[in-house]
Ligand binder design. Structure first.
Ligand SMILES: [Zn+2]
Length: 219
């Protein structure tokens, strides 16, 4: 069973409004931040924050419950790549400020990881179409686990969604910011794998490093 069991429903007025936005000549993914979408964004945020029980869909840390600062509406398939999926109910969830900032920076630098395996006209209906753990189709715990604050992909799954999610959302940001976790500091093998994970520019090398860390931590 997926983490999000019920997608958001829009009422008739909201559907008409969305349709008007999407068919306007000036429609682009940048439209998302416009003031006229404020009420709609608020509605989406409140809905998913409730249904996700106040947890970020990607790192599972707590969202703020009352304030808007640490609960951001997220487009699982990036809106900069697929603006057409911007209001797709299954493409929406809420995430924390740090996951959001990392994803927004990628958008600004045009380095947003595409979370879809190939090009789609209609929004995909199954988990296997996505490279990333998808809260409407997947159970987070099936793909990821946390050891001493360190995120590890359960990559027994062929598609390595766990590792891709760690990479796309920078889930091990605390480790890269503050250095190695005390418990793992003495083990050279772990140090080297952790360094590869943080410093390598290759997704494959990062995946291999995560695989190594997983084996060490489980041993
Ligand atoms: Zn998060």
């Amino acid at each position: 069973m997926a983490d999000i069991k019920q997608k958001i429903q829009f009422n008739k007025n909201q559907i008409d409004f969305i349709s008007k936005i999407k068919t306007s000549d000036s429609f682009s993914y940048k439209k998302w931040g416009d003031d006229e979408l404020l009420d709609l964004r608020c509605y989406i945020r409140n809905y998913y924050r409730d249904i996700q029980k106040g947890e970020c869909a990607f790192c599972k840390k707590d969202l703020s419950i009352v304030a808007v600062g640490n609960a951001h509406v997220e487009h699982i398939v990036p809106k900069s790549i697929y603006p057409n999926f911007m209001f797709e109910p299954k493409n929406l969830c809420v995430i924390c400020a740090d996951c959001n900032q990392i994803k927004r920076d990628q958008e600004i630098t045009k380095n947003t990881p595409n979370t879809l395996k190939r090009k789609y006209i209609k929004y995909p209906r199954t988990s296997k179409s996505f490279l990333m753990v998808h809260p409407h189709f997947d159970k987070w715990n099936d793909y990821l686990e946390v050891f001493n604050g360190f995120y590890v992909g359960k990559d027994d799954h062929k598609d390595r969604k766990g590792s891709f999610t760690i990479y796309a959302c920078g889930l091990n940001r605390k480790l890269s910011k503050f250095g190695y976790i005390k418990e793992v500091y003495t083990d050279n093998e772990i140090m080297e794998a952790a360094r590869n994970l943080i410093e390598s520019n290759s997704l494959m090398e990062k995946c291999n490093a995560i695989e190594t860390l997983k084996k060490i931590l489980r041993s």
